[in-house]
Design a protein around this ligand. Structure first.
Ligand code: HAM
Length: 437
């Protein structure tokens, strides 16, 4: 029992991260940052503004937003009672419901539609495996207040542009489907219940349960034994007409005009309740079972369902870990350290600090040698300089200091060494930053 009096002799057990929750280590961070940079650039070019909501919300935000009879709400949410005031809180499992809560709360649509995006950690208590984590990161994009199919097309065009910029587009397939409006789904649902009731004995336990709660989810079943039965089930597409059918037709025409290839996937229903009309997913076959990189669609009823003023919307979110699993093959971390600064002696140390400060102010990337304990020999410091990946070593020894100069050694070309006056910071900067090799 841990009573606070820790063992004195035995070593304390090493602490570990929570299962399914990962650290992003320094050797991976350049990849993450490059992804964010590219995404920010593409999003800004499409007129989307960044917003951020808290990681914790009142549980009702997700129960109402995502739907009570969904895998997420039924079994994947990290929900707890705040001991201080009894509030029921949930670590956000996705961003859309939270985003709409914020949009309603701050009346963001009072002066017209908005295009927004967000990113950050999401939490789902799923069984961890490659590409599926309990804390994962999403980048979400929402077009709010736009009713027509041009907004759906713009969103797909944006994700297409982003995946192209990341050089991962080639292996991806875009699946799209039309879920129609509520009346279409009601008619289809009745037909489905009738059909599956006729084949009740063939259904697995999960599907028998869903028959009475959410029969649409049976179509999403991964059970191969149900495959044939599902293939022959009544198709929603046959129950959709009028504006909802025309909406989808316009989207397809816009995608055709843009040359964006897609597959009409009648089985695509998505795991969240808020969708109507357009739904889509970008899928890779390189990531095994967790191949969906990005999913989304239109969710016109959600704003009113969450207590706001009725307004149409369309959006999507991508799993950043899954994108990076593909992007890593196309990414090379930049070596952007200009110079590693070594020095010997206390007087040189002071001059070296000042030089590093002045060069950084000009824009140079400088790493200074910091000795683990005592001042180290020039040889030991030069070894570190060579390992650092810097293009130059700058050397400030006794000799240099007495002459008021700095020696600059090119670490990628042997025998090239230059000496410049310490007082001429601009000349030193030009030398280490301009000579690209
Ligand atoms: P979602 O399909 O639940 O949609 O999640 C979107 C993406 O997040 C997935 O396609 C996947 O790449 C990633 N993802 C989901 N769960 C995990 C996990 N456990 N580990 C790693 N990655 C995961 C939504 O969340 C909707 N909010 C999307 C949306 C936005 N619809 C309209 N606007």
């Amino acid at each position: 029992m841990d009573d606070g009096t820790l063992q004195t002799n035995a070593q304390a057990a090493a602490l570990k991260a929570v299962k399914g929750m990962n650290d992003i280590l320094p050797n991976e961070s350049a990849l993450w940052q490059a992804f964010y940079r590219t995404a920010e650039y593409v999003l800004a070019r499409h007129g989307f503004a960044y917003m951020q909501t808290p990681i914790l919300e009142h549980t009702q935000v997700f129960v109402r937003g995502i739907g009570e009879v969904t895998d997420i709400v039924e079994k994947e949410m990290y929900t707890f009672t705040d001991h201080l005031n009894g509030d029921m809180l949930t670590l956000r499992p996705e961003g859309t419901a939270a985003c709409i809560r914020a949009v309603n709360e701050h009346h963001l649509l009072h002066d017209g539609p908005k295009r927004v995006w967000y990113q950050g950690p999401m939490f789902r208590h799923e069984r961890p495996q490659r590409g599926r984590y309990r804390q994962f990161h999403q980048l979400g994009i929402e077009s709010l207040g736009f009713a027509k199919a041009d907004a759906d097309a713009e969103l797909i065009m944006l994700t297409h542009a982003l995946f192209k910029s990341l050089h991962i587009l080639d292996g991806l397939v875009l699946h799209i489907n039309n879920l129609g409006d509520a009346a279409h789904r009601r008619a289809h649902k009745e037909a489905l219940i009738h059909y599956f009731n006729q084949h009740h004995a063939q259904l697995d336990e999960d599907s028998q349960r869903r028959l009475h709660t959410n029969p649409l989810r049976i179509l999403d079943s991964k059970n191969p034994q149900l495959h044939e039965l599902i293939e022959a089930a009544p198709r929603l597409a046959d129950y959709i007409d009028g504006e909802a059918a025309a909406h989808f037709e316009t989207l397809c025409q816009l995608l055709d005009a843009l040359g964006i290839a897609y597959q009409r996937n009648h089985r695509l229903v998505r795991g969240l309740d808020y969708y109507n009309r357009t739904v889509f997913e970008w899928v890779s076959d390189e990531l095994g079972a967790q191949g969906t990189l990005c999913g989304g669609g239109r969710y016109d009823p959600l704003m009113a369902l969450m207590g706001g003023k009725d307004a149409p919307a369309v959006g999507c979110a991508m799993g950043i870990e899954r994108i990076l699993a593909l992007y890593a093959a196309h990414f090379q971390a930049p070596q952007n350290i200009d110079a590693y600064l070594v020095y010997v002696g206390e007087a040189a140390q002071k001059a070296a600090f000042a030089l590093a400060r002045d060069l950084r102010a000009l824009g140079a990337h400088i790493v200074m040698h910091i000795a683990p304990q005592e001042m180290q020999s020039l040889k030991a410091q030069m070894k570190k300089a060579n390992q650092s990946g810097a293009r130059f070593a700058m050397i400030l020894g006794d000799d240099e200091l007495s002459k008021g100069v700095i020696s600059i050694k090119n670490l990628r070309h042997e025998h090239q060494q230059q000496t410049l006056p310490l007082s001429q910071v601009n000349a030193v900067y030009d030398h280490i930053s301009a000579s690209y090799i």
